[in-house]
Design a protein around this ligand. Sequence first.
Ligand code: HEC
Length: 419
Amino acid sequence: MNIIFHSSSRIPLTCVVAVISGCCWWILAPRSTPAAGDDPAPRQTKVDDAQALASPRRTTVYDSDPQHLWNRLHDTFRARIGGNTGDPWELDPFLWRSEDYLADEQGRNTALKVLDEFLAKNGHTMIKDPLKRALLQRDLWTLFDTLRPPKWDAGQKNTQTELATRVARIIPRLSLTAEEIENLPNNYAEAVAVKEAWYLPADLWNPKGSWVLLGDNDQMPLALSHLHFFGGRSAFFVFLRLPNGREQTKKYLAELRKLAPGAEPEAFPAGTDAALVRQMQLIDDQGKPVTTKVTESVQMLEGPFELKLNRRAFLAGKPSLKAIVEDDSERDYILFIGSNLGEGPSKVRRSCFSCHQGMKDIYSLNSYRRIRPIPLTPTVKPDLLPTTREEEETRLREWKGNRYEWGLLQGLMRNGARD
Ligand code: HEC
């Protein structure tokens, strides 16, 4: 059987590499895969789409009619757990590893058919709402990057290539203008305004506030594992705050840079915290990647806490950055940034301890210590410096700009624009 979707999982290899680098502690025991007929309900959290549970192929993410073309497209490519429905509203539906994802001919034909229908019927004109267009484009970009069209025999008929060319024609059709992107909701500010969580810092993005945005003097983005796992389609920002605020945090960083090789860094004072913010990237109507103000997640080490973009609230035009509570769970593949053997889901807030162990000193920051859930990400310690959002966006664009799949997408988008 030909597995058409490249599995980025290669889990045994991931594990071997991780063991060699001495950081495999978060890799949990393999979980059993549910039988195809298992009732998915107990395995889900917050799946409030009862219809979707009752009928795996009926979701209403984009329209109340499950047969709407956009819903069918979403349904065709979204992740399922062990053949079950999964949660149609999850944040990263098209990001998954599954050895049997569209592995059979029927799956492949369904996938090609729905993309062909989208192109033939000008599916992009069916929905004008910029929020919906943004989400579908973002998801299809993920799908595109997951495909592995062969590099050398481009002339050959190949399903990966066939899928990639279709997806690349749809992506620019869904693009927003610079103005539309600018007008997307700043859901971080909304969450602060509605007091979504007491621990969400109001001054995180204030360049004079108590949090310092961290960058690597090496000009690389700092959160390399997340960057690789999410393929540079989201921007990641790492913030640090010592209890007395900005000046104290900057002083700590300055002293760290002066530290002799091998010397122990100073311990963090009690009350130090770090945050990791993920923001959505889109491809604008000029074909350029743009970092939007839409926050996909905020993670905070002291708690630990997480807030995540809620697709349902986002599409309803409501404040969409929602606090994750004790029982909320997520697919392991996403939670453990690709490094877990199981399919999950697992409890989100309990997962943090697999990779983070409190706030002792600068080595408590994984972005500094450079544990590497993703093989091949650099292990050299970053040279930490305060940075700006703009600088980090530039670094991300440069990183993504050098990726093979970005070059391929650009080429195919240009070709698609001509037909
Ligand atoms: C599979 C391992 C893994 C899990 C699970 C995990 N993280 Fe992380 N986290 C990382 C890595 C690796 C980094 C460093 C950034 C990078 O390289 O992408 C990081 C970075 C962070 C940062 C920025 C500060 C730092 O350590 O560099 C915060 C804050 C954070 N994570 C919070 C959380 C929270 C909260 C959870 C649980 C909801 C969590 N993480 C779960 C691996 C993990």
